[in-house]
Design a protein around this ligand. Structure first.
Ligand SMILES: C[S@@+](CC[C@H](N)C(=O)[O-])C[C@H]1O[C@@H](n2cnc3c(N)ncnc32)[C@H](O)[C@@H]1O
Length: 418
């Protein structure tokens, strides 16, 4: 382990680089009121996340083993503070550029004044709101203000804090009930918490506001660079199959947005987007006219054997992580009847790193593993786990390559080259 001083020196070196850029561009230093680091160029965004990781490591070392573990154990109190803020829309009760008294916040939100004060004070510990010392009036920080001004951000916070976090409290009960072998999507912690035997999307289908929030949160998350579709171009040489007559099956391809993107970077490939009936019946109407003859939508349940002529490529993007091994294996087995020697299966997923991961950037993917477990009984996997899955489906699958995009923070907003 490096000395505290050397970690601190790394922090100083990184901070100097960021400060130098801000100064040269006449941009204010970041504050809790104004998150100016969002304005950093692509090449400095990675420096920013590295600074955060170093700072986090130094913080954890200086807090020490006990306090650091207790910090983790006490996370629920901060989550509760944020949940109260979210639930009662306390951020909306404070003017964007002014202040509000606790009485005014109480009257606008419907939450009793003393509860407003207590839980806003908890949130202030995470720089969600601040309070003027003399007047005791509440003022926004960048975080609380964004809850008001950015619906997607608010949806993302709400989904985690109001829906998924509480549902995760049932994870161990699910394991106990199913001999630690829970694989059914309708027996997830989410389903148990919501006292239903429906899987998440069936339940949300009858709850429009929750479904809207889920969709809003997903759209917010995939604005991050990790999900930028241009990575699809770097991960596979599409020109190698771009000949007349070539077909690509986009399995679970939704409304065809991936195929649409790829069709703009190929001249000849014909894309067959497969999904459930209710999805493919809506999708063609959203297709731009010039792509009508490049992209076809076909109803296909991926748990059933493929009946199409063997395509050059089966593309599975963010499909397998929604499913436990039992089902992921079946999805892969379903491809086999339409495979010939040389047929490619492109699995585009987050691939967990092997071994211990402590930096907060990579740790995010282990957090998504917890999310997959909670809502679907699904999971994120390492490369070795994907290989095991493929071999369990059919011993003839051969892993040719595992390609990773450079590892920007999943929440980084600015696109950067892969
Ligand atoms: C997480 S989304 C991924 C969509 C797309 N591949 C992407 O990367 O944006 C999962 C997709 O699988 C589809 N799906 C779920 N169950 C399915 C099934 N049994 N057969 C075919 N598609 C299914 C869903 O409708 C949805 O479009």
């Amino acid at each position: 382990m490096p000395s505290l001083t050397s970690i601190a020196e790394s922090i100083v070196a990184r901070a100097k680089k960021l400060d130098a850029y801000l100064e040269a561009q006449n941009i204010a230093y970041p504050s809790f009121d104004d998150d100016t680091l969002d304005q950093l160029p692509d090449e400095l965004q990675n420096e920013r996340w590295a600074l955060a990781n170093d700072a986090n490591e130094l913080k954890q070392l200086s807090r020490g083993a006990e306090q650091n573990t207790l910090d983790c154990a006490l996370n629920w109190t901060d989550a509760l503070g944020l949940r109260v803020v979210y639930h009662y829309k306390l951020a909306n009760a404070v003017p964007l550029d002014g202040t509000a008294s606790y009485a005014e916040i109480a009257s606008a939100s419907g939450l009793k004044e003393d509860l407003c004060r207590r839980f806003i004070h908890i949130a202030i510990g995470n720089h969600v709101f601040t309070e003027d010392l003399e007047t005791q009036r509440v003022r926004h920080t960048a975080s609380s203000r964004r809850l008001v001004t950015d619906q997607g951000f608010s949806d993302a916070v709400g989904l985690e804090i109001d829906d998924l976090g509480p549902a995760s409290s049932k994870m161990i009960d699910v394991w106990e009930k199913h001999d630690q072998d829970a694989s059914e999507p309708n027996q997830s912690a989410f389903s148990m918490f919501n006292e239903t035997d429906k899987p998440i999307f069936d339940l949300l289908a009858s709850q429009p506001e929750r479904a809207r929030r889920f969709g809003g949160a997903m759209r917010y998350f995939i604005k991050g660079d990790f999900w930028n579709l241009r990575h699809m171009l770097a991960l596979f040489d599409w020109s190698s199959i771009d000949q007349p007559g070539t077909q690509v099956a986009d399995v679970g391809g939704g409304n065809g947005q991936i195929s649409q993107y790829l069709s703009r970077y190929t001249a000849h490939v014909h894309f067959i987007v497969q999904d459930l009936g209710h999805v493919v019946s809506q999708a063609p109407s959203q297709l731009p006219g010039e792509l009508q003859d490049r992209i076809e939508f076909v109803e296909h349940n991926f748990f059933t054997p493929q009946t199409m002529e063997p395509p050059a490529v089966f593309l599975l993007r963010f499909i397998l992580h929604n499913w436990a091994d039992k089902y992921a294996t079946r999805i892969l087995q379903g491809l086999v009847p339409a495979m010939r020697k040389g047929t490619k299966v492109l699995i585009h997923e987050c691939v967990l790193q092997d071994g211990p991961v402590t930096d907060s950037t990579s740790h995010f993917w282990f957090q998504t593993d917890a999310i997959m477990a909670t809502i679907f009984n699904g999971q994120e996997r390492t490369a070795a786990e994907y290989e095991r899955l493929l071999k369990a489906a059919d011993l003839r699958f051969v892993v040719e390559a595992v390609r990773r995009v450079s590892r920007p923070s999943p929440n980084a907003k600015n696109p950067r080259p892969s």
